[in-house]
Design a binder for this molecule. Structure first.
Ligand SMILES: [Zn+2]
Ligand SMILES: [Zn+2]
Length: 230
């Protein structure tokens, strides 16, 4: 028991984000130096900077956002180590979507909540600081979703407003739910911007910053049924 406490304390600095000092949420790693931050903290930071906040390495002169990547392994570790963090984060997201009157795009938990067999209450881990939660006031992005050809239904409402921290996968789930009435068919959906297929882990912030230059028009994305590879 004693040993475990010491270990958690030691590991604490490795599972927190130096930008918000909270536990990592949507852990995102800079591929050039392997430093990790919350996705929203890092994306926000890289809007004004092109260096790593920790080691000051120049990530890329012009496109630092191309050199960051979602770190599922790290996020799984954080959720495993910090009692209730994942539940809190999911609750926060659900509240957020409820507030804006939308169905959460990802209502199935990323990890496995069932194995939450009463986490050992460790006094060495402080609770995440509510006041410093930098994800609470996520920036919103306006999106226009256009159907592109083959066998896909048009959405009833093609204009949506969504957190800029949502990912392409979130959008795919939203579309799959609307079009197929089955969120789990999201892998059948391709999303494109300017004819270019978008990676599943890109945030909409990232897409609008890197792929969409006209600030006045909503970010226009096309969706289509996934092309089967030959
Ligand atoms: Zn952070
Ligand atoms: Zn670094």
């Amino acid at each position: 028991m004693m040993e475990k406490k010491i270990r958690l304390k030691t590991v604490n600095e490795h599972i927190t984000c130096s930008l918000c000092t909270g536990y990592l949420i949507d852990a995102t790693t800079i591929t050039e130096c392997l430093h990790t931050f919350c996705k929203s903290c890092l994306v926000r930071y890289l809007e004004e900077n092109n260096t790593c906040p920790d080691c000051r390495l120049v990530i890329h002169q012009s496109y630092p956002l191309n050199y960051i990547s979602f770190d599922r392994t790290m996020q799984d570790i954080v959720y495993k180590l910090v009692p209730n963090l994942q539940e809190k984060e999911m609750k926060r997201q659900q509240d957020f979507y409820k507030k804006i009157g939308k169905v959460p795009p990802n209502s199935t938990p990323a990890g496995n909540c069932e194995e939450n067999q009463e986490p050992e209450k460790s006094q060495t881990l402080p609770p995440p600081d509510e006041d410093q939660d930098c994800h609470r006031s996520d920036e919103q992005v306006n999106i226009c979703l256009e159907c592109k050809g083959n066998h896909m239904k048009n959405l009833k409402r093609k204009y949506i407003r969504i957190s800029s921290q949502a990912t392409v996968t979130h959008l795919k789930k939203f579309i799959a739910l609307k079009v197929y009435h089955a969120r789990e068919r999201y892998k059948d959906v391709d999303i494109l911007c300017n004819e270019e297929l978008l990676g599943k882990d890109h945030t909409l912030k990232f897409v609008s910053v890197t792929r969409w230059r006209s600030k006045d028009a909503p970010l226009t994305l096309h969706y289509r049924q996934r092309m089967t590879e030959l």
